[in-house]
Design a binder for this molecule. Structure first.
Ligand SMILES: *[C@@H]1O[C@H](CO)[C@@H](O)[C@H](O)[C@H]1NC(C)=O
Ligand SMILES: *[C@@H]1O[C@H](CO)[C@@H](O)[C@H](O)[C@H]1NC(C)=O
Ligand SMILES: *[C@@H]1O[C@H](CO)[C@@H](O)[C@H](O)[C@H]1NC(C)=O
Ligand SMILES: *[C@@H]1O[C@H](CO)[C@@H](O)[C@H](O)[C@H]1NC(C)=O
Length: 430
């Protein structure tokens, strides 16, 4: 942990270069100590290790913030077709989700025919995608959205359709010719060849099409992709597939947390798609899932049937303030800072935001309602300065004058989420 001193100046430059006007994190400590409470350097280095931030970059101009959209797998698995994808695009627009940033409509496995054509080309399944992928891409793009597709860095996909291993250039060229904007690249039937050898050829193939195509690696965290995938893709799965259960969701959150220092604009850790709205968790659990995924700068890819959502599901997925935490331009992954009580189940997660702000989640993973409290220095804030605290689920500013400590009562498995903003002591401009 910690930022080696020799790398600090470069890091500061990088952060400033990537940050919007007015952002002073982490340069705040030196520049603005008198007016705005700084994030103390020691706490900063201990808690929000950014030693790998911006170090590995694919540089295809995409993923400056985590990707948002929808993917067919979690709800529909193989039961997909052209009509479903079109209706989903329609629903993303009519529900207002598209306007909130959910713009990728991603088709997962099962879109393609079980055999390649006589020229070796991938073919859409003629029964389920009779008008082909280009026509579908045109439709989706006509709604202001983008189309994503799926393939596999192996000889077959997981559902045993043709894989792209050793067909990278042809398949990438075909996807580009269809107007595809995103590729999820899976890991089945991989012949035991290491991911580090199988994933870069598709990066190069996508690049040589000249089309900007988001490259989403899905090697299941097998070979610790955070350590190398930043140069290969725009996001990389850190774990096995998510299931629609509290146990799976919490396990995955903890595994993904381990790689926090490797995320940054251009490349993100991917703890898998959202299960919100699929029925296996309570409202509180889904709210926690969404809050923590947002804070971890995870891709926000909806995994339910957006044509048929309950009002509770819509309420969670369309929380603009939580989405803004995820899409913050600073792009530092928030992480678990402390756990109190039995097994550490009263958890505090936090992460820095642009504009000298800090996002904080109080997450109750115990089996009863609890109070979770923290000192402000524990999350890297100044112990004697005043902060304004906004509750992102209540949509209200709780206090403009929080000093020293903060806490709240949190229901079983629920998660409260806040933004702490330094209270400005006098109104001089920068
Ligand atoms: C291809 O890679 C080069 C070198 O990293 C980069 O400058 C260019 O933007 C990439 N093009 C596309 C379409 O991704
Ligand atoms: C398309 O898929 C949806 C979702 O699985 C299904 O409800 C619908 O019947 C399918 N339509 C056709 C024409 O197969
Ligand atoms: C819509 O979702 C509800 C559960 O929330 C389910 O009972 C119903 O069958 C779904 N309707 C359709 C048309 O899929
Ligand atoms: C949380 O703290 C408040 C204020 O001290 C108290 O009234 C409440 O009973 C506590 N809740 C729990 C679950 O301990």
């Amino acid at each position: 942990m910690g930022v080696p001193l020799c790398r600090l100046p470069l890091l500061l430059l990088l952060v400033l270069a990537l940050s919007p006007q007015g952002t002073r994190w982490p340069a705040a400590a030196a520049a603005a100590a008198r007016r705005i409470a700084p994030l103390p350097t020691a706490a900063l280095r201990r808690l929000y290790d950014t030693s790998n931030y911006g170090r590995l970059q694919l540089n295809n101009g995409l993923a400056l913030v985590p990707q948002m959209g929808w993917n067919s797998w979690n709800f529909f698995a193989c039961n997909i077709n052209d009509t479903l994808i079109r209706e989903t695009a329609d629903a993303l627009v009519s529900t207002g989700l598209a306007a909130l940033g959910y713009n990728y409509v991603n088709i997962d496995d099962c879109w393609s025919y079980v055999k390649r054509g006589n020229k070796g080309q991938l073919l859409p399944d003629p029964k389920t995608f009779p008008s082909g992928i280009k026509s579908l891409a045109d439709y989706v793009r006509g709604k202001g959205l983008k189309l994503g597709i799926y393939s596999d860095a192996g000889v077959s996909t997981c559902q045993v359709r043709p894989g792209s291993l050793h067909h990278e250039n042809d398949d990438a060229a075909l996807f580009a010719s269809w107007g595809v904007d995103y590729l999820k690249y899976d890991n089945c039937y991989n012949l035991g060849i290491p991911p580090k050898e199988r994933y870069p050829p598709m990066r190069d193939a996508l690049n040589s099409t000249g089309r900007q195509i988001f490259y989403s690696l899905c090697e299941w965290g097998q070979d610790d992709p955070a350590l190398w995938a930043g140069k290969v893709g725009n996001s990389w799965r850190t774990t096995d597939d998510i299931q629609d259960t509290w146990k799976s969701m919490t396990d995955i959150a903890d595994k993904n947390n381990k790689w926090a220092s490797y995320a940054g604009p251009g490349g993100w850790n991917d703890p898998d798609m959202l299960e919100v709205g699929n029925g296996g968790m309570t409202f509180a659990e889904y709210r926690a899932h969404f809050s923590i995924w947002a804070l971890m700068k995870a891709p926000l890819l909806i995994g339910c049937d957006v044509r048929n959502m309950t009002s509770e599901t819509i309420e969670i997925l369309s929380n603009k303030e939580v989405i803004q935490v995820n899409q913050d331009p600073l792009g530092v992954q928030g992480r678990r800072i402390l756990g109190q009580g039995k097994g550490g189940c009263r958890e505090v997660w936090a992460g820095p935001l642009s504009g000298n702000r800090l996002a904080v989640a109080l997450w109750n993973r115990c089996s009863e309602t609890v109070n979770i409290t923290m000192t402000l220095p524990a999350v890297g804030l100044d112990g004697s300065s005043a902060y304004s605290v906004r509750d992102l689920w209540k949509h209200e500013t709780l206090s403009a004058n929080v000093v020293g400590t903060f806490g709240a009562q949190v229901d079983v498995h629920d998660c409260k989420m806040y933004i702490f903003t330094p209270a400005v002591s006098f109104s001089a401009s920068w």
